[in-house]
Ligand binder design. Sequence first.
Ligand code: ATP
Ligand code: ATP
Ligand code: MG
Ligand code: MG
Lengths: 257, 257
Amino acid sequence: AARVYALANQKGGVGKTTTAVSLAAFLGGAGVRVLLVDMDPQASASSSLNIDKDSVPASVYDVLMGRRTLRSVVLRNARLHIDVAPASPALANAEVELVSEIGREHRLRTALEEALALYDYILIDCPPSLGLLTVNALTAARDGAIVPIQCEYLALQGLGHLLRAINLVRAHLNPETKVRGLLMTMFDPRTNLSQEVVDEVRAHFPDLVFGTVIPRNVRLSEAPSHGEPILTYAPNSAGAVAYAAFAEELLRGDDRM
Amino acid sequence: AARVYALANQKGGVGKTTTAVSLAAFLGGAGVRVLLVDMDPQASASSSLNIDKDSVPASVYDVLMGRRTLRSVVLRNARLHIDVAPASPALANAEVELVSEIGREHRLRTALEEALALYDYILIDCPPSLGLLTVNALTAARDGAIVPIQCEYLALQGLGHLLRAINLVRAHLNPETKVRGLLMTMFDPRTNLSQEVVDEVRAHFPDLVFGTVIPRNVRLSEAPSHGEPILTYAPNSAGAVAYAAFAEELLRGDDRM
Ligand SMILES: Nc1ncnc2c1ncn2[C@@H]1O[C@H](COP(=O)(O)OP(=O)(O)OP(=O)(O)O)[C@@H](O)[C@H]1O
Ligand SMILES: Nc1ncnc2c1ncn2[C@@H]1O[C@H](COP(=O)(O)OP(=O)(O)OP(=O)(O)O)[C@@H](O)[C@H]1O
Ligand SMILES: [Mg+2]
Ligand SMILES: [Mg+2]
């Protein structure tokens, strides 16, 4: 059955979407069956893959509201060999609309059940908050959260908060919820700060930090404007090399290589 | 009476906190009476100024819940000549706790009334979402929103969404709500993308974009780890020069210079 991961961190701009999209593309390129679920109303993952969030016929929002099955909203990206369940701006309303629904935190987990046999990996991109959308993703993520951590001081501040939230989800919603790993991103060798942040995270969570460190690389910020993942936009860039290494590290750690 | 601005953008990591803290410090240094209100549960603005979010006796959360007056939670930063109303992680609960309260969107606006006569500028740092905390900030911001926009493709995608949300707040909650201006941030001359993004925003919103463009500057990401604003951490850096120019542009535009 599929491994299900949530890309989660309530700190904004740390590389959740970039990691979800890059990882999905490398796994798909390696012949792995991948579904990318976009749970962010900003639909960054969708637009990174050239999907127009304002014109999709149906999205993850319709799935959460119980009007559509997951498979009915999935779009196939034949070039990258991956499937995408797109987001739409309406997702922002789900938090309010579901507030008094019983089992509102389990909607995504239930909807994903039909997909578990169809995929090897399901990656869920989360918005920068710990609201209902992220809680749904953490509840659905049977194999845990992959937490991108920007190598900057402010990104460190929220880590404790996130880990407490993951513990709450594990205690009340999904006993399998855990942290699969912490991925250091936007490492900038020009400043000592990046190394200090990496050292601090490694010191506090020695067993959780992935070996791969993603460097700051301007090609990664350019790729979405071309509607492509780094794999096809700039395959020889430092960003592509790092994410290829990360995909391998994840597969190896999951005994899938 | 005070000018009240919200630093808002639901896209994460675009420079809301950096702008709020930098601007507050430059205005305070110019002899302007400034209150910085931290509405983000991550408390990035508070920790950027060396305030330990986990040990503050009271925070903006207590003010929103009606247990404290705003003035009773304000901390004075004598060195920078500014006041700070700190955040705490409990703020994350306010969204849920206030969901069925009448007038829940006006809590901050009401709490700030006692402060209008005491300050020249009140700056409100928002979390990366369009939930109740940001709606409170937009409702309180009599003079509008200052919207930092990172010079990257993904940061452009959410702009329409934010402007629609601001229109909704103006229609239903605060007829004065508007966009004070769009501030381009993290401009990186090494890539064409930055200039393309600036050109696109200027083409769409010619009257809204501030003339000052904030460059990507590693000193800005280092400053928070020293608990200092760029003004005192690296006063001659490109980041400090740009934010000083921005403070002047804002004061001049407000007829306060
Ligand atoms: N390693 C990197 N080097 C350079 N730029 C990067 C890198 N990773 C991501 N970026 C760029 O930084 C910005 C933030 O990244 P991204 O949008 O993936 O973060 P996020 O955590 O998903 O943000 P949000 O919190 O808004 O969802 C984007 O413009 C992206 O293109
Ligand atoms: N002009 C700049 N150059 C380089 N780094 C910057 C610049 N502005 C901000 N940063 C750094 O980029 C990161 C994101 O900035 P910041 O935290 O201010 O954004 P934000 O919009 O407040 O994020 P969030 O959405 O999480 O609240 C921080 O680590 C900050 O130190
Ligand atoms: Mg994202
Ligand atoms: Mg912030």
